[in-house]
Design a protein around this ligand. Sequence first.
Ligand code: ADP
Ligand code: MG
Length: 694
Amino acid sequence: MRPEALFDYFADIERLPGIGKRNRLAIEKLAGTRTRDLLFHLPTGLIDRRYRPTAAVAAPGSVATLEVIVEEHRPSQNRRVPYRVVCRDASAELTLVFFNARADYLRKQLPEGEVRLISGKVEHYLNQVQMTHPDYIVAPENAAELPSVETVYPLTAGLSGKILRKAIHAAIESVPELPEWQDPSVMAREAWPTMLEAVHAIHHPEGPEVLAPGSKPRRRLAADELLASQLALAIVRDRTRKKRGRPLKGSGHIRERILAALPYSLTGDQKTALAEIVTDLQSDRAMLRLMQGDVGSGKTVVALLAMAAAVEAGVQCALLAPTEILANQHLATIQPLAEAAGLKVALLTGRSKGKARKTVLEPLVAGEIDILIGTHALIQGDVEFKDLGFAIIDEQHRFGVQQRLALAAKASAGIDVLGMTATPIPRTLTLTSYGDLDVSRIMEKPPGRLPVDTRVVALDRIADVAAGVHRAVQGGARAYWVCPLVEESEQLDIAAAEERFASLKGMFGPRVGLVHGKMKGPEKDDVMGRFQRGELSVLVSTTVIEVGVNVPEATIMVIEHAERFGLAQLHQLRGRVGRGSDKSSCILLRTNEIGDVARARLKIMRESEDGFLIAEEDLRLRGGGEILGTKQSGLPEFRLVDFAEHASLIELARDDARLIINKDPNLETGRGKALRHLLYLFERDEGVRLMQSG
Ligand code: ADP
Ligand code: MG
């Protein structure tokens, strides 16, 4: 159960002043609806109101605070003309401008003949100094109400900075200090403030230094967030390691048959990965390993051989995939090879219903199925194995700890678990997302792959590109056409894709298909299937094809508005082509108004196909302050960590977490109890639950 001291941290923000239904909704989109969400909504900058010039010299464009006498109200007669209030100081006139003004309110705020402090952005208009909708209008006796510096936050429509600031300040006042969980020696060495002091300092900054990622308060909070995640990972690792695994020693006869049936031989990296996995299977400790390999590096066949080794030792295997499409694809790759070697393979997805479902579940519990491939449906309560001994989780970051535990619960004894991911993750980030997991990396591509010819082309040449694709398609080629990502609106993505679909169809005829994220599973699979079989030549899509789709005959990838995609995503998309023996090309269409970072990204794409190098560059480019696009990359989300600036804190947290769990595996000491607060605060409490379940 959540420690009592955290109740206020998780209380709904609606109890804070100024938060009505509408504001709550806006804040929900931005940060979340719990008090803690507001505490961790960090400002992106500062407004400095300490600039106090006279009206005559106030620099246009700057934020200034002026002391003036109110001279005259000039209400407007016409709705399109603003309400003006003329003020002045000793040097010049200052005109205040209000649209849609309420006269009675303005008269009260700005009585003629009285002195007021006015703070806002200075504008020059027809030789006049003016301010439109000043931020503050304060009588001199209330000068204290005017902040000297003020934080600026990321906002959404319908929410003002003032309201958000007020709510955040109230949120800070509403929560108690928590017991210190950081190591006392680290606290002393770094001279860090407490967590709540750090939050306070960042939301009430004395100057811009506090907001820099290198400041003590920022480092303190980043260290907290990192420690929470490292600790959660350390707990999972500790529990898994302590469970005795079953030594799964196979004879090798099924593997031999599969290898004999393969039309190629394994690459060195594939052999090494397989050997590492087989060693883990044979050991009497439970396996917890990640197989990392770029798209097309040949992970699937390694997975199959590993499962064959487990089956040789007499157990059943499960292969869990994040989507229906991927589960189907794994089945298509694995089934022919597995069945040639005498293995029984079945598929179970959310669409397996009624009788179809029964024809899987019955032989599964009878032990007649060796390998079960499936989606989330595989971890439901009524799915029973006779003896599950080995599970592979594809794109493992898409599954939570809960789901992994549910899968493990289907095994009678310690299950061996292998994660797979095609996301090339820089080394520093592997730590943050997977902690100390053993990792097998497949860096080498299967032989015979031709490099993909990557070109960056201006968007205004799209007609030429379409014509080129048309020619290629008439010659029998197959092409992907990925449509622009429109910020935060899947609806708009789809509209753009539908429009492109219509125009390409007009040009190429019926051999064009469309897939997008809002389509139903069967509908999507149908289109993908037709593309796979070659009944469709062009597949227009939003980014749904990103993960794992394998159509070796496809040789052309067109990406519209490539500048809007992240590097990792572009790399994943390009990885869809260059999988067969024919030469492939990737065309990155970009607009002319393109920023430096986007330009650098496209350049890297043109120059490299090495996923790990691209991932490192990606991290470097994101750098300064911008939080990692975790949604895209599938990495866990961090709100307080700047991966470029806080890299050194990652290892610190990892080492600390390891030490803690060695000394105090159940978090029962004084510091251990404090650390439970940390886990809950950062919502890594599945680790705590794991401790309780033993
Ligand atoms: P990943 O799952 O890592 O993206 P796949 O396992 O789908 O990659 O493999 C991509 C393609 O490469 C498949 O068509 C597979 O048959 C082929 N392949 C795998 N290993 C080799 C190899 N050693 N030599 C040649 N082709 C291979
Ligand atoms: Mg694959």
